[in-house]
Ligand binder design. Sequence first.
Ligand SMILES: Cc1ncc(COP(=O)(O)O)c(C=O)c1O
Length: 399
Amino acid sequence: MSTKDLFATRTSRMKASEIRELLKLLDQPGIISFAGGIPDPALFPADEFAAAFQRALGSDNRSMALQYSVSEGYLPLREWLVDHMRQIGVECGVDNVLITSGSQQALDYLGKLYLSPGDTALVGWPTYLGALAAFNAYEPRFDRLHMSGNRGASEYAAAAGEGAVKFAYLSPDFANPTGETVDLRGREDLLDLADDLNCAVIEDGAYQALRYDGEPIPPVLALELARKGSIQDCRTVYCGSFSKTLSPGLRVGWVVAAKPVISQLVLMKQAADLHSATINQMAVNDVARACFDTHIPKLRRVYGARRDTMLGALQRHMPDGVEWTRPEGGMFIWVTLPKGVNGADLLERALETVKVAFVPGQAFFPDATGSNTIRLSFSNSDEDTIREGICRLGDVLRA
Ligand SMILES: Cc1ncc(COP(=O)(O)O)c(C=O)c1O
């Protein structure tokens, strides 16, 4: 019997993330990487964090900062989040807020909360790879969430077979990997569908604050609240993150939902890690209160300019037959190559010949289709590097 024979069946669906494997190669000198969807470290509010950690470790606070704390999360941070959520249209109380170790942990818990083996998760096609990985551990089947509303509840329910459709997962603002935004009509249609299917909606707001142009669209949870009057009656679960705005390394995210959902997630958190790091929550609370509102416009300016530069460079350097999205925010542009051009092969060629990296798109599709797509991230390269990298990519594609 091999070691692996002892592993649970769920492990057979766990694969090394293509992105993580790839990131290991990117330390080589001279590589231009549009691969990882990561913030530019030059934009971290690092001085503010240095001061916040110093305060947390000062004599008044250190016994709390270094101690165990409650699973729900640091109360002042949850209070700040209640205010933040109100500003984006979601009225809730502190009891509706749970702090998680990044929003990735929330996705894992939500998979655990809703999915029995064989249940259906509706997801975008493509969708966030980390969500697929998180849900996969609970052995669901995936079905395609059509935002155009061209498939009704009965069709989804029939396709679900013996299991049930448990939730629809989406990142409605500037999704990873496509950069696309779901319009107001699409959000309302989704709520109708969820009501018809009696399933939950998992709204991933990881990039919500990073809008560079166009008008903000209310979160799905805000739209549902407007319909139902109270968060207690809402089926939408909102996942937020400080990773793209303040710092991913501190691993602080949050969930906003009806109390029964939060209570169950708290039990999961107690079983998994008791609570997120106390000192990190204290520091994030301090920094969010000190500078979130002034920091976001800075990020929007810099990332917005990088997006414009990448769109301009694509226009200039891509050969005929290549198409791409024009995101209003976030970190990604999604490129569709001519049929027959394989994104993974292109990556190999691009790394070898012109030292440019990106993520082949196939990994974002639950059924491993989409081989002629790639994801480009513009967030962590300056504008000259973006111009140079896209020019080189154009050369490889033409060759
Ligand atoms: C759409 C989306 N959701 C969630 C996450 C997880 O972020 P974190 O766990 O750092 O909050 C990411 C990270 O890239 C993401 O792109």
